[in-house]
Design a protein around this ligand. Sequence first.
Ligand code: PEP
Length: 262
Amino acid sequence: PGRSTVQVGADSGVPPVTIGPGTFALIAGPCAVESLDQTLEAAAMAKAAGAALLRGGAFKPRTSPQEFQGLGKAGLRILAEAREATGMPVVTEVIDPSDVGLVSTYADMLQVGARNMQNYALLQAVGAAGRPVLLKRGIQATVEEWLMAAEYVAQRGNLDIVLCERGIRTFETSTRTTLDISAVPVVQRLSHLPVIVDPTHSAGRRELVLPLARSAIAVGADGILVDVHADPDNALCEGQQALAGADVRELASALRRLVPAT
Ligand code: PEP
């Protein structure tokens, strides 16, 4: 199929960003929004690395209910401030269909996370929200199931969908999930939608992020999504996978070297 592009941030007051063929999008930011200062620091790191979009979770779907669940609406406000400060449109996760309206008033792109890829009520709600959608692959989903999830969004009239490969569960335990890098060319043969790779949440370990990011570029992904944090040792969410100072600079220089000029 011919390949589509997705525009993000068209009405955000900051320059919109295009994801898809002809560009390579770096999406970066903290796993979770913890405070204004922490988010602004991470956003500055993301921007310095060449990020087009700022990510950050205000509603966090954590495996344990004892873990930090995110700041909710206060986190959305912080993200909007960070957009003002940096000029980067914002992508953030929505986990409950009843929050789609709220999240849409603050965010430029709605993320549906791996755990919710087959939450059909949520997919329909984001499909009707009039915002571009970042649809992560569920850890137990086949490519076909993932594309059908996208179909639920599209059926509500929203074709601005970016797919994100973020690893699947296999017998392998050395990484959190196994990055299915082959999904990128497979999806590109089956779908016109842009497809990006998340080396951070798939591996769950910062030292694997750069090599997996390189593989995403090599295989023709339309971008990558990575966690960054100024002080990962004290992060409230998944500090072990966040890139900090020198790692972010190394990623930025790898992107400059490896991403084909457009
Ligand atoms: C995230 O991107 O913040 C996240 C929770 O990722 P995933 O849904 O891929 O686990």
